[in-house]
Design a protein around this ligand. Structure first.
Ligand code: GAL
Length: 301
């Protein structure tokens, strides 16, 4: 697959899984993301907006991370309510709750003007869905825009990591065993740094947090932060990108980090603001050595 381009599914249709997450359940890979498979909405004056009306969260499955089968909409948009077309449903992530046997999806749920800034939670019996929206709330009374989920391989705990305080601070909000409720533990892990698009991983005693700056769809330099404690304050270290266009994260933005065996991989979105449905993807291996993280551009995944 050619990095930076919009990939096709098994049926030859563009993969609509933006701002997404690749994860494994059982023997299969699943890719969830924003379905933006429609033209950008038009503004009242007839010009093109920088949004696509909510369609829902799509799900794709794969045995090998290269050939993806569309499983349909895992969480479908609705005519009214939080998932109505004029709203925002971004950065969906899914984890499994051993305690309840349910698959739990969290996503950034918002109004079209981004002033609701909440987290939406939906559950399903199967990874493909259908997911049912159970609630929308500001986690621990904080606003929530860009977000991710992280399952700590050390403690087995799960966390919603979200940009709060108008994107000024990244918070870690702990989930309970059902993965649908917060325990009340909430820590500012990256205070006052204005970072978004969080993606987390763990290796050899260190947690790494990959983020972008806050410039909307426009690419900017990535930065990574690290901490030996998940609930500590992370230290911002450097731009981990190497190669052409390293200053703009290869013209991309982090969507998630996933692990295949011993390797971690970064999934990037390459946003096309005026025709979002054509936005591309990249998957790049992360190199982690002696507490330092690097990601080098490759033309192919
Ligand atoms: C970006 C964010 C995207 C989307 C976009 C809208 O900063 O990472 O998920 O919200 O802004 O402009």
């Amino acid at each position: 697959m050619k990095n930076g381009t919009c990939w096709l599914d098994e049926a030859g249709r563009p993969i609509q899984a933006h701002g997404g997450m690749i994860t494994r359940f059982g023997k299969k890979w699943y890719w969830y993301g924003e379905d933006k498979g429609a033209p950008n909405a038009l503004l009242p004056d007839g010009s093109v907006s920088r949004r696509v009306d909510v369609i829902g969260v799509s799900c794709y499955s794969s045995d090998d991370l290269h050939s993806w089968r569309r499983e349909g909409l895992a969480l479908a948009g609705q005519q009214a309510g939080y998932l109505a077309p004029e709203n925002v449903c971004e950065r969906p992530k899914v984890i499994y709750s051993v305690a309840t046997g349910k698959y739990v999806m969290w996503f950034h749920c918002d109004r079209g003007d981004y002033t609701l800034a909440s987290a939406g939670c939906a559950v399903a019996d199967r990874p493909e869905g259908p997911f049912t929206l159970i609630r929308v709330l500001p986690p621990n009374r904080r606003d929530c825009r860009d977000m991710t989920l992280f399952e700590d391989p050390v403690s087995g705990g799960a966390y919603l990591i979200h940009s709060g305080d108008w994107n000024k601070t990244l918070y870690l909000s702990e989930l309970d065993a059902s993965r649908t409720e917060f325990t009340g533990k909430c820590v500012a892990i990256l205070p006052e740094q204005e970072r978004e698009a969080p993606a987390m991983c763990y290796q050899d005693g260190m947690y790494y947090l990959f983020t972008s700056g806050c410039t909307g769809w426009a690419p900017n330099p990535a930065l990574y932060a690290a901490s030996p404690r998940l609930d500590g304050v992370f230290r911002l270290i450097d731009n981990p990108c190497q190669g052409p266009r390293f200053r703009t994260t290869f013209d991309g933005q982090s969507a998630c980090i996933f692990r295949d065996g011993e390797r971690h991989y970064l999934l990037l979105d390459h946003w096309q603001p005026t025709h979002l449905r054509d936005s591309g993807y990249s998957i790049l291996p992360l190199e982690i050595q002696n507490g330092a993280l690097q990601v080098t551009w490759r033309d192919e995944f």
